[in-house]
Design a protein around this ligand. Structure first.
Ligand code: CA
Length: 232
C-alpha cells in the first residue's frame, strides 16, 4: 500500500490533499500539527512512504519538523508545502532533508504529479533494498550500497536521503562527465521540473556530507554556468 502522512493545519487545504490522494489510490493519514505528526509516525513505526508537510504549522516550524523527520527516517519521501513568500524557509527545508516542494496554491494534477514522482523513487529504492540489488559498488575511496542506501568514504558510513543517493548513483555512472543542472533535474525529479535551484541546494547538502572541505569541493566540481562533474 502506498502510504502518505499529510501534515497541514488549514482544514480546507488538508481535505483537498486527502481527497485527491485517496482518489489516486494512496492510503492517507492526516494531522494538523507537528506534535501529533510525530506521534502518528512513531505509532506506525515510521512505516510511511511519503510525508507532505506544510511549512507553517501552529506548534512547530515545518522546517524543524522536516529536520526531525529526516533524522528519524532517511528513506521517507518528504514534500514541503510552501507559499511564495517563504523562499528562505523552502531552501532551509531542502537543506534539512526535504526531497521536493509544492508552492501554494496548487492544482490536484500538480499535487499528484509531484507525489507520484517521489513515490516512484521511494518504491524503486525499496524494491532494490528488498531484492539485494547489486549491493555495493566501489569507486576510489567511496563505495555505494544499494541495500541500505548508504555511502561509505574510507569505510565510514555516510547516510543519504533518496535524492542524495540517486545523485551519487548518477555521478558514479557518469564520472568525469559534465552533467548539466537540467539533466540532473530531469533525471532525479522528472521531466516536468524546471526549478534548477533545487539541484544546487541538494548539491550543497551532498557536499557537506562527502567533501573534506565543502566550500572547496574536490569530488563534485562546479562547471561554471553549466552544471557539475564528479572527479575521483
Ligand atoms: Ca499552515
Amino acid at each position: 500500500m502506498k502510504k502518505v502522512l499529510v501534515i497541514e493545519d488549514e482544514a480546507a487545504i488538508r481535505e483537498f490533499e486527502v481527497i485527491n490522494l485517496r482518489r489516486a489510490g494512496y492510503e492517507v493519514l492526516e494531522t494538523g500539527d507537528g506534535k501529533s505528526a510525530l506521534e502518528i509516525l512513531e505509532n506506525n513505526n515510521f512505516d510511511f512512504d511519503l510525508a507532505i508537510l506544510d511549512i507553517m504549522l501552529p506548534d512547530v516550524s515545518g522546517v524543524e519538523l522536516c529536520r526531525e523527520l529526516r533524522n528519524k527516517n532517511e528513506t521517507i519521501g518528504i514534500i514541503l508545502l510552501t507559499a511564495k513568500s517563504q523562499e528562505m524557509d523552502k531552501i532551509s527545508g531542502l537543506m534539512y532533508g526535504a526531497d521536493d516542494y509544492i508552492t501554494k496554491p496548487f492544482s490536484p494534477s500538480e499535487l499528484l504529479a509531484r507525489v507520484d514522482a517521489l513515490y516512484r523513487r521511494v518504491a524503486l529504492n525499496k524494491t532494490r533494498s528488498e531484492n539485494n540489488f547489486k549491493e555495493e559498488i566501489k569507486f576510489g575511496e567511496f563505495s555505494i550500497n544499494f541495500k541500505n542506501f548508504s555511502l561509505k568514504k574510507h569505510g565510514k558510513i555516510i547516510n543519504l536521503t533518496q535524492v542524495e543517493f540517486q545523485m551519487m548513483e548518477y555521478f558514479f555512472s557518469n564520472q568525469g562527465t559534465i552533467l548539466t543542472r537540467e539533466q540532473i533535474l530531469h533525471r532525479i525529479w522528472g521531466e516536468k521540473y524546471s526549478d534548477e535551484k533545487i539541484v544546487d541546494v541538494n548539491i550543497r547538502r551532498l557536499r557537506m556530507k562527502i567533501e573534506n572541505n565543502p566550500s572547496r569541493p574536490k569530488y563534485i566540481i562546479t562547471v561554471w554556468k553549466t552544471g557539475y562533474k564528479w572527479i575521483n
